[in-house]
Design a protein around this ligand. Structure first.
Ligand code: SF4
Length: 361
């Protein structure tokens, strides 16, 4: 398993956090940011203008070209942009104004709005990098976030952001920002039902559905790129075909609709038995929903479903959506011919209360 946050041991000339890019070819980078390293088995020794330090890293995990933030006071290093990853995300905050039944990361009173450091990180990323922004709810302090995006896009107009938001905080005052950035941002928005009461019950917030639809309207007026996301749980599975019909009729301007399997963390872990839908046994609601969405030409994707739990005719909808640092495969998967095409399981997958029918392909 790849680790994003590492404890370091070393001597630094500063107590202030700083950004470095760790590389075996450091001369190609701006000298303030370049860091060279030597590696012996799991031990990595790093040298940079701010000092030297070491940490341990799994032998299979490459640190080459990673862009990191070092916090000397707490002796920690965050691999903010991992060069060999399929998923690089800025976690802006752990605060949220919803408490969704299946939230894998329940709200905490923590903000990580180190935007000056993030700008330095973004400047060093490869051309056309795609960066996720998530929380908590990243738009709780939207003015700071929008300012950060404006600043970085002024320097790096090639970057793409995927922002995961509950869409509770957009207003008409945001229209010019949304329009100006529409080619650089995909807004990823969870919608759990076309039934307002059911959606509100799932996110535990009265009026959330109404506000979400208002926000979608603003995003569509601005010409934004929107991905709708629906986590499948027992509470909404029967309503999925109706949701597909609603999306086809009223929200057809979206880029795509993603139906997602559950991650066994946070509230989902606490309430797994009452939430988890074993789609290896019964795929019927998802099947109906995909068929209806297809009839409206809505592009549907399946996130977090192991390939062998999906009927073969829908295999092409499956995405490698689980971030590499939290993806695992089971023992049996070693023999599977489809492993390289399969998104696998979350590392938190509960083997004793998960899918009943996983089959090697
Ligand atoms: S058996 Fe194959 S398809 Fe099933 S989860 Fe493992 S790798 Fe994926």
């Amino acid at each position: 398993m790849n680790k994003l946050r590492l404890n370091i041991d070393g001597r630094m000339k500063t107590d202030e956090p700083f950004v470095i890019q760790i590389s075996s070819k450091p001369q190609t980078f701006n000298s303030n940011f370049c860091a060279s390293y030597a590696r012996q088995d799991e031990k990595v020794q790093v040298w940079c203008i701010h000092g030297e330090f070491s940490f341990t890293l799994s032998k299979k995990d490459s640190i080459e070209d990673d862009i990191c933030i070092v916090f000397p006071e707490t002796q920690q290093l965050i691999r903010q942009y991992r060069a060999h990853s399929n998923s690089n995300t800025l976690l802006i905050t752990e605060q949220c104004d919803q408490t969704c039944l299946m939230c894998s990361q329940p709200p905490k009173n923590k903000f990580y709005d180190d935007y000056d450091l993030y700008i330095q990180v973004m400047k060093l990323t490869p051309v056309k990098s795609v960066i996720g922004i998530s929380g908590g709810e990243p738009l709780l302090e939207k003015n700071k976030l929008f300012l950060f995006i404006d600043k970085i896009l002024a320097i790096r107009p090639d970057l793409q952001f995927h922002i995961l938001t509950n869409a509770q905080h957009f207003g008409m005052e945001d229209l010019s920002f949304i329009k100006n950035t529409k080619n650089n941002i995909v807004w990823c928005i969870p919608l759990y039902s076309s039934n307002p009461t059911l959606h509100d019950d799932i996110v535990c917030k009265v009026g959330a559905y109404k506000q979400l639809l208002k926000s979608l309207n603003i995003l569509f007026v601005a010409g934004s790129i929107v991905e709708l996301r629906t986590v499948l749980i027992k509470q909404n599975q029967w309503e999925l075909p109706k949701l597909a019909d609603f999306i086809g009729k009223h929200l057809s301007l979206i880029l795509n609709w993603s139906i997602m399997q559950l991650e066994n963390e946070g509230y989902a872990k606490m309430n797994w038995q009452s939430l988890f839908v074993d789609t290896s046994i019964d795929f019927s609601y998802v099947d109906q929903a995909i068929t209806i969405a297809n009839n409206y030409n809505i592009i549907t994707k399946l996130y977090n479903f192991p390939l062998c739990t999906i009927p073969i005719q829908y295999s092409n909808l499956s995405c490698q959506s689980i971030s590499d640092w939290k993806r695992i495969y089971l023992e049996d998967c070693r023999l599977c011919h489809e492993r390289k095409n399969c998104g696998g399981f979350f590392k938190s997958y509960p083997r004793n209360s998960g899918y009943q029918s996983i089959g090697i392909l």
